[in-house]
Design a binder for this molecule. Structure first.
Ligand SMILES: NC(=O)c1ccc[n+]([C@@H]2O[C@H](COP(=O)([O-])OP(=O)(O)OC[C@H]3O[C@@H](n4cnc5c(N)ncnc54)[C@H](OP(=O)(O)O)[C@@H]3O)[C@@H](O)[C@H]2O)c1
Length: 254
């Protein structure tokens, strides 16, 4: 049975806006959704999410979490564990492409070690820390899914264009870390399917400065992306754990 068909507890990490907020909006009205926990970093950029939680106080609970602070991850998981003993679906939607002076590098001249570290801290390391702390909430007999939003730009095999060193490398690292998690969870939490997902170019704050050369039909609305990714998630089978999927359900090269 699909995870989405059973009554479920859901955690959306990075739900303040963009694709994460889209998942919250889409999953909230479902009858099978028992509870959604949604994390944000700053209340300033999470006003829509916080307003939604006021409308659905029993069903939507917002928690503060910066994934670059392991203490914040562990505190958040402790808060969750007081209320529930199992999670069925976790979608990690955290990611940065630009952040103030950190901008995707066009050439080696722009490569900056601090910026590279920041890409890895947010886009790669946060995800493996989530896997570390969430493991106890996945260890139950029901089927569960741990999905991280990656990017096709992180595919080494698909890279023909170059550039965007930090973003590409941090997403490639995310893919490797999640592949490792899938192998370890396969032993310690065998009912959990661990995947990385490419959402397709989606109209969010992250893609906004880079949209001008994207043909209209290739720029998805958040609603469309979330619907497509939920279709992929719904079809996941145990043997899919450790794989990297695109928005249309096809497998992407590493
Ligand atoms: N949009 C696209 O075209 C596209 C394409 C391929 C892959 N992706 C991936 O899709 C995912 C979602 O991106 P999006 O397009 O929805 O972008 P977005 O609207 O900018 O959302 C990114 C989310 O990540 C959160 N975040 C950033 N740094 C964080 C940190 N240190 N700790 C916790 N949360 C943090 C943001 O929170 P704040 O509001 O606090 O900043 C926000 O909730 C990302 O992994 C991105 O790489 C997007």
């Amino acid at each position: 049975m699909s995870v989405l068909k059973q009554v479920n507890n859901i955690l959306i990490v990075g739900a303040s806006q963009g694709i994460g907020l889209g998942f919250v909006k889409k999953l909230l009205p479902r009858e099978n959704t028992a509870r959604i926990y949604a994390t944000y970093r700053h209340p300033q950029s999470a006003s829509e999410l916080i307003k939604l939680a006021d409308e659905y106080p029993q069903k939507l609970i917002c928690l503060a979490m910066d994934v670059t602070e392991e203490k914040q991850i562990s505190t958040c998981v402790e808060q969750l564990s007081v209320q529930i003993d199992k999670l069925h679906l976790v979608i990690n939607c955290v990611g940065i492409l630009h952040e103030g002076s950190l901008q995707p590098e066009k050439s080696l001249r722009q490569v900056n070690p601090e910026h590279l570290l920041r890409y890895f801290q947010v886009n790669s390391i946060g995800a493996v820390l989530l896997a570390k702390h969430l493991l106890p909430l996945f260890r139950h007999p029901d089927k569960s899914i741990f999905a991280s939003i990656s990017a096709k730009l992180g595919s080494i095999g698909d890279n023909q264009l170059g550039g965007w060193y930090g973003y590409r490398a941090s997403k490639a690292a995310l893919n490797m870390l999640m592949r490792n998690v899938a192998i370890e969870y396969g032993r310690s939490s065998p009912n959990t399917v661990v995947v990385t997902l490419h959402p397709g170019t989606t109209d969010t704050r992250l893609s906004q400065p880079f949209q001008k050369n994207v043909p209209q039909e290739k720029l998805f609305s958040v609603e469309r992306t979330v619907t497509q990714l939920l279709t992929v998630i719904e079809k996941l089978q145990p043997h899919d754990s450790g794989q990297f999927f695109s928005w249309d359900g096809s497998r992407l090269p590493w």
